[in-house]
Design a protein around this ligand. Structure first.
Ligand SMILES: [Mg+2]
Length: 216
């Protein structure tokens, strides 16, 4: 029995962590705290490459620090500000106790995602993970799901689940042969894509579903 999870926006609240980092970055660099809004916007929910992001940051604020230095600071610091969603750590423990093999499938930089997994406490509660930046394979490519499954010691199959908040999670999970649970975050599912097996509003509901407890 295999359950795979996306990380950002599914198990951990990256948006909250990014916001906290932006506020601290402003304070550290003597910037108006209102610039935190600009930083969050420029981050593009993590989809903007960090070379581009920090290039814009350096230009806007006339920073002397190199990209390498700014990225090193970010990758050590920002992950420690990312909270896990309520109930996730206990939920992962319950899943494991019930015999599930657990894996994380995440798009992002190896150092940032690894630090996030460790600092949130998720790393020690799952059996393996696959990070796109480390494998050079990106969701929705099924190969990233297969790598995570192998590391978790499970096989993707119709008795397994993929849980995520992006269409890439659901499309890729489905292509890998898994049932899928989408965290909607108050967004409608894009009609052009094959629908997820189930839709929930938070990871606790997803974990309850996998445990067979049902949801209200
Ligand atoms: Mg996500």
């Amino acid at each position: 029995m295999l359950a795979l999870f996306d990380l950002d926006g599914t198990l951990a609240d990256r948006a909250a962590g990014l916001r906290a980092w932006a506020v601290e970055f402003c304070a550290d660099h003597g910037l108006d705290l209102a610039e935190a809004d600009w930083l969050v916007e420029a981050d593009g929910d993590g989809r903007v490459a960090k070379e581009e992001f920090f290039g814009r940051v350096r230009e806007r604020y006339g920073l002397a620090e190199s990209f390498e230095e700014l990225f090193r600071q970010y990758s050590e610091w920002q992950p420690t500000l990312i909270p896990v969603y309520d109930g996730v750590l206990g939920g992962l423990e319950r899943l494991r106790s019930a015999g599930w093999r657990l894996g994380v499938v995440t798009n992002g930089y190896q150092v940032v995602q690894t630090n996030t997994l460790v600092s949130t406490g998720i790393a020690e509660r799952v059996d393996g993970w696959a990070i796109s930046g480390a494998e050079d394979v990106w969701k929705p490519d099924v190969r990233l799901f297969e790598i995570a499954a192998a590391r978790a010691g499970g096989k993707p199959g119709a008795d397994g689940w993929m849980v995520g908040d992006s269409t890439a999670d659901i499309v890729g999970g489905h292509a890998a042969g898994l049932r899928t649970i989408w965290l909607h975050h108050d967004r409608p599912w894009p009609a052009a894509e094959p629908a997820p097996t189930r839709t929930v509003s938070n990871p606790t509901e997803a974990i309850a579903l996998i445990l067979g407890l049902g949801i209200a």
